[in-house]
Design a protein around this ligand. Sequence first.
Ligand code: BDR
Ligand code: CA
Length: 310
Amino acid sequence: MRKIWLDTDPGFDDWLTMLLLSANPWLEWLGVSVAAGNAPLDVTYDNALRIKAHYGLDVPVYRGCAEPLNGRQETAQCILGEAGMRTTGASLPPVAAAAPDLHACDALIAAIRRHPGEITLLAIAPLTNVATALLRAPDIAARIKEIILMGGSTDQGNHTAAAEFNIYADPEAADVVFRSGVPLRMFGLNLCRQLAVTGAEVAQVREVGTQRSDWLAGYLEGYLRIRSADGGVPMPMYDPVVALYLRWPELFEFKPAHVAIELNGRFTRGMTVCEFRVPQRAAANVEIAVAANGWLAMQHLMEDLLPAIS
Ligand code: BDR
Ligand code: CA
């Protein structure tokens, strides 16, 4: 069984990722570290606890860093609303707050030291927790099997013209991770745009007809309506691509590249500058997903999702 750890900032697409991971019988899911990102940490942590409780996830959830490395917080609440995820239906009911536990970065460090060379770290949030763990315990870089991340882009951004949200929200953290020497696999916007959510998926979720599917259908419809008020324009599927890759790696193609994070540009801060001319111009530090069978990936996503909400 492949050992995994998830770093996340729920976020609706983070939620879908959690459901797909829990449906994958070949994974041993060791823990979840929650980062600030789509919303401030209090909100993303609360969302993670609600998802865990209402969807029966059997995994420890830890609270991580509240602020990016440079202290200037950026959220996606301008698009997603206060709760960091939009719904056209009922909100996930609140759950009792868990007593403060081990800090997420310390829990992650301990897990990596307990299982050297075995943990695949899935990072689908701003990279604050991952970078903090690497800075706090430099020995773990050589002990992480691989980091698979959703973030960046080989072409346009989404939060700005140049930058994807997860990288823009903490470029200094991304810089630490991309220079860490840990084997990296990057799923950027260029790839995620090849997988699309439409009204058909909302209808399939709604048809399941349970309390869990009703909640999820409302949020899925809210997610679809980020793009267009009536939900008529397909919406790219972001974070779940990492879970789909673990289950169906044959659906994706990669190219080695050197990625540098722009930290200073007036218009380009948070951009992932991708040099594919490796090793001639630079040593590769990442495998970038460049192509996917998006249609089949969405079919598989629904095959795993529907039983998880019935
Ligand atoms: C990424 O940003 C967040 O809003 C999503 O959860 C995803 O991780 C997409 O740019
Ligand atoms: Ca996310």
